[in-house]
Design a protein around this ligand. Sequence first.
Ligand code: ASP
Length: 356
Amino acid sequence: MSTLDRRSFLRLTGASLAAGALPGALSAHSPSFAAAAAEDAIAISSGNGLQAVAIARRLVVEQNMRPVSAAVQGVAVVEADPNDLSVGYGGLPNELGVVQLDSGCMDGPTHNAGSVASIEDIKHPAQVAELVMDRTDHVNLVGPGARQFALDHGFPVENLLTDHARKIWLKWRAKRSDDDRLWPLGDTEPADPALADEPRPWGTIHCSVLAPNRDLGCCTTTSGLAFKIPGRIGDSPLIGCGLYCDNEVGSAGATGRGEAAILSGGSWLVVERMRAGDTPTEACLAALQRVAVQAKRSARWQPALWDGKRPNFGLTFYAVRKDGLYGAATMRGGGSFAVADAKGARKEKCAVAFPD
Ligand code: ASP
């Protein structure tokens, strides 16, 4: 320890613990949760996953499918849906008009994961991520390598850019200016508000599944930030950021501003908070509070991300705990998440870290 002696480090750590920051985060302690019963099988997802959670839960309950595969199969309906502009086929393209997809999945029992990032022409990137997990000893494949891996495994090349998404991209392109929000060089306020681009739509599906035998698995899949710089990778394929699960604790995932989920290690943080005793909703809120502290700190170089009181962007965490408790929390505004349990599939409201 060079600039910080051990005593100061312990003092600082103690102070942050007193402020509620992640007690026991680094311990390998595994909490013991009350046993769940078969009827406690649960799938949760972002609000666009009502069908996905119903499918995923059915697969673990009726077909004894492992939860990570059930999550991958559940999100496949959204990946194939041309009307979801944020995932798979029909997703909004990058700034050159090319659809590049990110996907990751994680298996609780083996603590293994796979992901593909910036993959083109493949409609079901989550299924490719699952193959990366199962058929290689790598975790991440990116770009042309990921695409080739998919082709080698028989995935067809498909045009993912729908007419509708292309029209939205053309409209955005016609309004490009030096003030583009992806290039924040100092003052991000556009000189002429009329030239400012509209907020870019985000969107993604995350799905976490708890099986009847209490194994966990999860998956996150997305076309990422609309009109992104080619090659930009969001949080969705990054383990610990857009998804994470620990079979002894719980599973979590994120949607929204990927950069914030990356910089906070958000999904890992949610799971570690649950390990330390938080309920899923508390854990999601705690992670959002952490993100807010970080956003405030970076407001000097990215003022557009801080409105003076709270982060100026959307981010939502979803979590399910080993004992079947689940929850979700969002940064601001509102929103809902999807859940399927023994009572059926439905939407529930997210807790809000910074209400309007
Ligand atoms: N998190 C995704 C990303 O940053 C986008 C989203 O969830 O809206 O790529």
